[in-house]
Each structure stands twice: as C-alpha cells, then as structure tokens.
Design a protein around this ligand. Sequence first.
Ligand code: SAH
Ligand code: SF4
Ligand code: F3S
Length: 478
Amino acid sequence: MAFRLIATTKTSKTEGGHTPPNNTLVKKLYIKTYGCQMNVYDSERMAEVLSPLGFVVTDTPADADMVILNTCHIRERAAEKVYSEIGRLNKIREKKIENGGARSILAVTGCVAQAEGEQMLSRAPHLDMVFGPQTYHRLPQMIAEAARKGGQVLDTEFPVESKFDLLDVPRTLDGASAFLTVQEGCDKFCTYCVVPYTRGAESSRPVNSIMAEANELATAGAKEITLVGQNVNAYHGIGADGEVHGLASLIKAVADIDTVKRVRYITSYPAEVDDDLIAAHRDIEKLMPYLHLPIQSGSDKILKAMNRRHNAAQYRALAEKIMATRPDMALSSDFIVGFPGETERDFEDTCDIVRDVGFVQSYSFVFSPRPGTPAAMMEEQIDERVKSERLARLQKLLNENTLRFNEQSIGKTMEVLFDRRGKKPGQLVGRSPYMQAVVVEANDELMNQIASVKITNGYDNSLLGELTANKNNERFCA
Ligand code: SAH
Ligand code: SF4
Ligand code: F3S
C-alpha cells in the first residue's frame, strides 16, 4: 500500500473518491501556506491535483470541504504555530458542523508533517490526514481511503516514484508570475538546518519535464518564472540529449520562451555558483540582475561550525566576481545571529561583511535550535537576550542598506511587473527587477503587465514612481 491508514475510534464522514470532473459536485478547498517558495509551489500543485475531484480554492476556511495546512519546520516559532492553527481550524470546522454543514477534511502537509508524522496525528487527534511534501500526487487516493475506512491517513514516505512524473494535471496560474520547482532536497547538511531531513536528498528534475511545465505556465500567462530549489544552483538535470545540464543551461532554455520576459532563481548555495551561472547573468538579458545568495555569517569560525563550505574571503571574492558581470547587479542574503559559540567579535565580522558587500535586501533570524540537528546539541548556546540584541543591531544595518539602495533608485527608470492593487484607489503595485515594491497611479489594465516606471521616491520598504511617457504606457494612465 502506498500509505498507511491509522485506524482511530472516530469515524470520518468525509466525502471523497475520484469522480469524473463533468459530474462532480463543486467542493471548496482552503490551503494555508507557511515557509518558503517551494511550499507556495506545492500548494498550487495540490490545488491542481484536487481540481479533477471538483475542488475549487476558497479563501475562507469556514465554508471549506477540505482544509490543508502546508507547514514549515525551519524555526521553532514556525513549527509551533502549526498546532495552534490546527486548533483554530478545528474550531471553525466544529462550528460549521453545528450549523448543519458537512464535516470537512482537515489535513497537514509540508515540512512539519514530514518531520513529525505519526506524532502529529496523536498530538492533534482531530486531524484526518498528515502527508509529506513528496506524496501529494497521491491526494485523491488518500481522500478516497479516508472516506472508505474512516480514521486518520498518514503518508510521509519518500517514495521511489517522483511526484513530478505523476502530477499529470496542467498548470494554472493566477497572475503573471510563477514558481517552478526544478530541484528539491539538500545534501549540504548545514548544522542548524532541518531541510535535508524534511525534504530528503538533493534531486533534479529532467530538463524536458521542466520545460513542458514552463511552456504550460507561459501559455497560462506567465511573464515571470522563478526557478525554485532548496539548492537551485546545484541543479543537474538530464536533458533530452542524454547530457547533464546545469542551472545556467536551464535558465537559457526558459528565457528562450518568447512570452516569458523575466527569469529568476532561488535559493543559491555560494559554493555551488559556477562560471556558467555567472556568465548567464552577463549574457541573458531576461535573467534579473538580482541574486539571493545567503552567507549566514561573516565569521570564519561560525561558518565552519555551520558547515557552510565557504569562508568569508571566498564569499567576498565570489560577490565581487558576480557584481562585475553587470553594472546593475545586486545581491541579497540570509543571516543567522546567535549561532552557538558566536562571540561579539564573530558578530562584528558579520556586520563588517554587511557593510562591505552592501546587500540590498536581507532576511535575518536568531538561531533556533532544531530537534535532531547538530547545532542544537552544541555547547555554548547563546543567551536569548544576547541573540535578540544582536538581531536588532544587524537589522538596523541591513535596513540602512535597503533604504540607501531604495533612495539610489530615485531618478532611475525601471521595468516593473504589476501584480496587485495599492492601498489607495487608483494605485497599482508591482515589482522591480530587484523585488522592490513599486507603487504607481494607473488603471487596472496595467495589472499583470510590465511597464517602464520612473522612480520618484524611495522609502524603507517601497518605491513610488510614475509611468514614463511613452506610447506603450498611454493606455495604463489613470
Ligand atoms: N536553502 C537555503 C535556505 C533555506 S532556509 C540556503 O541554503 O540558503 C532559509 C533560511 O532560514 C536560511 O538561509 C537561514 O538563514 C534560516 N535558517 C535555517 N535554519 C535556521 C535555524 N535553525 N535557525 C534560524 N534560522 C535558520
Ligand atoms: Fe539548509 Fe544549508 Fe541545505 Fe540551505 S544549504 S537547505 S541552509 S542545509
Ligand atoms: Fe520551511 Fe520546509 Fe521550506 S522547513 S523553509 S517549508 S523547505
């Protein structure tokens, strides 16, 4: 059997079964997503897998027939939130039943589901289903099984088959920007990180399968495609020619799709950045001049203890090489402060590299000891107060960098992809090549379009701009 059914005394009245789409009742699906871009991608795919069963996505859990919580295990706070959220969603379900509604299916997936599995079913007995990120192609069978037998369904295997080969549902798209998972899992084993355990070993999808999906996304209206992987630049997929292709070659193939105007990739591991990838930033115009390349710390001692396989000098040299490829290139990073053994001097090394490299946007976190990871067991854990105080200092520095970059954008003309309405009527918000939020006054025709914008103001978290006066922009003017 593909998955295990854990019998409980409770009987489930859930509906299920794979009925042909033309005579299916419309059912509502609510998915809440935590964590990284890969989880966002997985959530979209789950909705697509369930669509032939008659499920349509709703944005309120109250009227849903199925509720899926797609979870993240990366830091303690993210993982702990899951149980309170399950409790909240269960209360909403009980209320629905009290009001005469059908009992909805409550399911948890993602990295907490993968890490905790059966334990999660006993800690949250009102859950119907717990499944990992590698098995959601089996969702229709899981639903049928739950309906047939009652009880809780558990499926946290790392199956031999690849979900990508079995997800034979077409891609759909809401908007003009899409994530496309090309590589999954991680063999780097940074000592603080749960990803190698929750996502398994590194594996790359074949080029053909990715390109088929990229073309589907383009047909569905994607103007921007972000190639996603836990170590996306470790990508090494088999091409139709039988050769192994790296990320640069894949980027080129996606950029060759005429209607795709922007290509991005996330997240990269510094030691895996090769010359082909650097050259891609020089040669492929559609590849955005922006690279998220997490360094984590500026201290060699800490980087070694983290098992990052690069030291600060190597990172600096790499950053310089990348920045030299295009005059408009910019870098962003992730940081962990308060890693075990981090002294004030080590922390200062991190601040120094921030000042020198000048990351234009960053995510920073206090070290969170995760069960089963080597760093959680290390001596010299840092006091929470010290961690928070260092985080505040680092964030001040990082925010200064971002503000400086945003202010330097004033007067520049940028191509912006518009994807949402602004706070004020008549405003639309889009993203610059550097993921900055850009607000302009324009009509709704501009939604999901790329237009040229002159930046007039730069703030902490956004830019203000005006559509440039040109023929193309005339139709978007408010
Ligand atoms: N694969 C990516 C990162 C995935 S996790 C990479 O290697 O860069 C996203 C970020 O979460 C990491 O870059 C790191 O900064 C942070 N992170 C991971 N584990 C953490 C932990 N135990 N405590 C605090 N932050 C952590
Ligand atoms: Fe985690 Fe390190 Fe792998 Fe990134 S490279 S996913 S931080 S183990
Ligand atoms: Fe979180 Fe899993 Fe992504 S732990 S960051 S959802 S790979």
